[in-house]
Design a protein around this ligand. Structure first.
Ligand code: ATP
Ligand code: MG
Length: 317
């Protein structure tokens, strides 16, 4: 059913943020959190919050860190019935501290947390059976359990005429195994929409140069490519040769984490609600920019009304 919800599979985390810039966590220091987080969770939260039908597949622990996430997703309209509650393992977490140059230090607890412990339960299968679109976050491909669910979900959804979007988002901080790369290339070849950020475009295509990378990806069957350029805005290219550019909003960046995920959640939701490329890009560009003005990776996800207000009130660069 093409009208079924957008689903996303992967890590659900809390993020705890150092309130001072500096290097790492070797000394006691002020922290703020827990904030709901995890790239797939941020994506699906923005998708639901802007008004798209959305459902999340993943796992949390039976603890407050888990409830921080499920309560937020439910509040923002996301179907949480396929989020399992692990009785034995705690909710995943990420501690993050920004250095003065904008780079980040992390302490992750993902691979051995509830975040990585889920599978094809009847509830998950039922959600896959209703889905009209699946969004794959590169970060989730580092977890074997998520890889298995994603492969099954993608083949079932595509087989009945649903669509697939992929955000490469293979963070250098997360270890990438050779089999992850093989699956990633297979997903890119099946993707209807690709949402790379900066150099991820060329990495996904396996060639250098923007034009060559776009050409290679379109010849593999990708229909639409939304290219994120951080503080320089974003562009969308379509297989029929159209191009749409959006200058960035001039904002004060408080916390850059989650911008790409909010951009993607808004873009996919708007396209699936039937909006044209340019209007969807305008909302996505606003969703990414608004999110960096909030401390916490998911705190700036906007409703359609909030994004309309942000667009009306904020100057472009
Ligand atoms: P993430 O760090 O979440 O993985 P990303 O690298 O995938 O992010 P970005 O390009 O950083 O994605 O951000 C996505 C979009 O959000 C940009 O294309 C832009 O539209 C908007 N955006 C991000 N940062 C800024 C900023 N500092 N000023 C204005 N807009 C921004
Ligand atoms: Mg990214």
């Amino acid at each position: 059913d093409a009208l079924g919800p957008t689903i996303c599979v992967g890590e659900i985390l809390v993020e705890i943020v150092a309130t001072t810039t500096g290097t790492g966590f070797a000394e006691a220091q002020p922290l703020i959190g827990p904030f709901p987080s995890g790239a797939p969770a941020i994506f699906i939260d923005q998708c639901g919050r802007i008004g798209g039908a959305a459902a999340m597949i993943g796992a949390v622990g039976d603890d407050d860190f888990g409830r921080v996430n499920t309560a937020r997703l439910a509040r923002d309209g996301v179907d949480i019935t396929a989020i399992s509650v692990d009785p034995d393992f705690p909710t995943g977490s990420a501690f993050v501290r920004y250095r003065a140059d904008g780079s980040r230090d992390f302490v992750f607890n993902i691979a051995k947390s509830a975040a990585a412990r889920f599978g094809l339960t009847p509830g998950v299968e039922a959600t896959i059976a209703r889905a009209g679109h699946i969004h794959v976050m590169g970060t989730a491909l580092t977890m074997p359990s998520a890889r298995a669910v994603i492969e099954t979900a993608v083949s079932r959804i595509k087989a009945r005429g649903g669509s697939l979007s992929v955000d490469p988002n293979l963070r250098k901080e997360l270890r990438t195994e050779p089999e992850t790369r093989v699956l990633f290339d297979r997903l890119v070849a099946q993707a209807d929409l690709l949402l790379p950020s900066g150099a991820e475009l060329e990495a996904a295509a396996g060639v250098t140069g923007e034009a060559a990378a776009l050409h290679r990806l379109f010849s593999r069957g990708v229909k639409e490519i939304a290219l994120k350029r951080g503080a320089d805005g974003a562009s969308v290219f379509t297989a029929d040769g159209q191009r749409s550019d959006c200058p960035a909003f001039a904002v004060q960046e408080t916390d850059p984490t989650g911008a790409g995920d909010c951009f993607g959640g808004a873009y996919v939701a708007c396209r699936r609600l039937g909006m044209p490329v340019a209007q969807s890009l305008a909302y996505a560009n606003a969703a990414g920019a608004r999110n960096v003005t909030f401390l916490g990776p998911m705190e700036g996800a906007g409703t359609r009304a909030e994004l309309d207000a942000f667009i009306a009130a904020t100057a472009r660069k």
